[in-house]
Design a protein around this ligand. Structure first.
Ligand code: SF4
Ligand code: FE
Length: 522
């Protein structure tokens, strides 16, 4: 059909038009393909170690911008490096024998051992191991490690292309399995591209003043599609190799050009990545105490722009089947919300530990109210973790064979995170004291003029070096404010999106029937 339309259009054009189209499009395409091939060749090499990962990012030559300037090598940029160090642990930990069970899995496609971040869940056990793995990595980083978004995109597109083919008699599932094989074999990091910029939220995609405010297909060709738009808040965007695009919301028939899923290497011409500003990001330019956490406070987020980007058909997994967009969005959201008690539970463990140390260093650890507040922090951290384990344990098999967490429980887990992380942070501030917000620079500690005063007046319990106390207080500041809190609120969807799911999945009618039955109302 697509060839038929293209053939028809070509038959209506004069020879000069055809030659013009060939000379503009096809020459550009040949150049584009050649560039992609040359640039992409090195990233196709299997990434195994942290060093492989860093080298693959150096070789990517993608168009990354930080504060208006093009970044030639993301691995050398001080504001980007902490996030890269954090994501690198998803490679490094997978090589440690003691973590093999959590960090790796057996591919259902090849039978080979692969990094779990490229795996399709084959059982409830896989779902639970995912959550355990996230808590484990968070214990190493105290920060977001970013690779889960692409992991969830792979799983949600896998199970939805299967259902899509059943309904529409298409061949997306086979295409996607080939793409998945490439991801598993090369071990690339994929960013999950869901959130569009959305412009005027009261208007659907086709009614926006600028049609590009939702990512969409601008041209269908015999060899592929051309897309335009942008994806916002892309966690791990600048240090991933590819993006797996999905629609941002359920779509109607008139929005069919916006019902789109496809995979694009981030070094494809027309892809531009603009890194997002963060609270206290200058701290990342510091190397020592003032950095707070060498892995950054949160994952690095980017605005990823697609300026007329060509995507070959073998990397297109949804194109116009608007009736399947909502299901894909719901599945991705559930799979990502499943995570939050894992990673944020692990991050909370670090914050609880740091807060307990701050109390010890300043001599308040024995106070009953401090013990009580630390216990409350542990209770909140374990509550969010148990939600992630519960939605995984109640997971089930989808028609594709891939396993899927219980969506209602996954949503309540993420909803709890939007509240509990704020409360855990509030308690950390309460125990650690105002010094978290007023502590001098490391430079003052080391100053020949004022260093002796910092050492004298920031001293706590005898025998504890002031430097250690400052390190812990700076870590608490890093983990409990600004971007870290907002990420817990809006990452994987704002609280309102979880409440919408309660309306759909909460089965209020059944609950009313149970209440009536107990008191004998007919
Ligand atoms: Fe993974 Fe958590 Fe970061 Fe999301 S916030 S990418 S689930 S570590
Ligand atoms: Fe997130």
């Amino acid at each position: 059909m697509r060839h038929g339309i293209v053939g028809y259009i070509i038959s209506k054009l004069c020879v000069h038009d055809v030659v013009t189209i060939i000379s503009v499009y096809d020459v550009l395409n040949v150049v584009t393909y050649a560039l992609c091939f040359l640039r992409g060749e090195k990233t196709m090499k299997r990434i195994v170690t942290k060093e492989d990962y860093l080298q693959s990012l150096k070789d990517l030559h993608h168009a990354v911008y930080y504060n208006g300037k093009r970044v030639e090598d993301v691995t050398e940029h001080p504001a980007l490096r902490p996030h890269i160090e954090s994501a690198a642990l998803t490679y490094e930990l997978a090589l440690r024998p003691e973590h093999e069970d959590l960090m790796t899995a057996i591919s259902h496609l090849t039978g080979k051992r692969i990094n779990r971040f490229t795996h399709i869940h084959q059982s409830v056990d896989d779902l639970i191991k995912k959550v355990q793995m996230l808590r484990l990595i968070a214990h190493e980083t105290g920060s977001c490690f970013q690779r889960c978004v692409g992991f969830d995109a792979l799983n949600s597109v896998y199970m939805t292309t299967y259902d899509l083919d059943q309904k529409h008699k298409t061949d997306y599932f086979e295409r996607f399995k080939k793409y998945l094989l490439h991801v598993q074999e090369s071990n690339v990091m994929v960013v999950g591209g869901m959130t569009d910029t959305k412009g005027d939220r009261s208007l659907p995609p086709t009614k926006q003043a600028d049609p590009d405010l939702f990512t969409h297909v601008v041209e269908r060709r015999s060899d592929g599609i051309v897309i335009r738009g942008a994806k916002a808040h892309m966690t791990g965007g600048i240090n991933s190799h590819e993006i797996l695009i999905m629609p941002t919301q359920a779509m109607k028939e008139e929005d069919r050009d916006y019902a789109l899923s496809c995979a694009i290497p981030l070094n494809t011409p027309g892809v531009i990545l603009i890194f997002g500003r963060q609270t206290n990001e200058e701290r990342k330019f510091e190397q020592g105490i003032d950095a707070g956490n060498p892995f950054g406070a949160v994952g690095g987020e980017a605005l990823i722009v697609f300026e007329n980007v060509f995507v070959p058909w073998d990397r297109v997994f949804l194109c116009g089947e608007y009736d399947m967009a909502g299901l894909l969005v719901e599945r991705f959201a559930t799979l990502h919300r499943q995570n939050y008690g894992g990673c944020k539970g692990g991050v909370s463990d670090i914050l609880v530990g740091a807060t307990a140390l701050a109390a010890e260093y300043q001599g308040t650890a024995a106070a009953s109210h401090v013990k009580e507040k630390l216990a409350e922090m542990i209770h909140l951290a374990e509550t969010i973790y148990s939600g992630s384990v519960a939605c995984s344990a109640m997971g089930y098999k989808t028609p594709s064979g891939a396993y899927y967490p219980d969506p209602l429980l996954a949503n309540t887990t993420k909803h709890n995170v939007t509240r509990h992380i704020y409360e855990i942070s509030r308690l950390a501030h309460d125990i650690a004291g105002g010094i978290v917000a007023t502590m001098p620079f490391q430079g003052d500690l080391e100053s020949s003029e004022v260093g002796r005063y910092v050492k004298k007046y920031l001293a706590g319990v005898k025998g504890i070096p002031v430097e250690d106390r400052m390190k812990i207080l700076r870590l608490i500041e890093n983990m409990s404010g600004g971007t870290a809190l907002i990420e817990s609120m809006h990452g994987a969807g704002s609280p309102q999106t979880q409440k919408v799911m309660y309306g759909r999945l909460g089965n209020l009618e059944q609950k009313k029937r149970w209440a009536k039955r107990i008191v004998g109302i007919d």
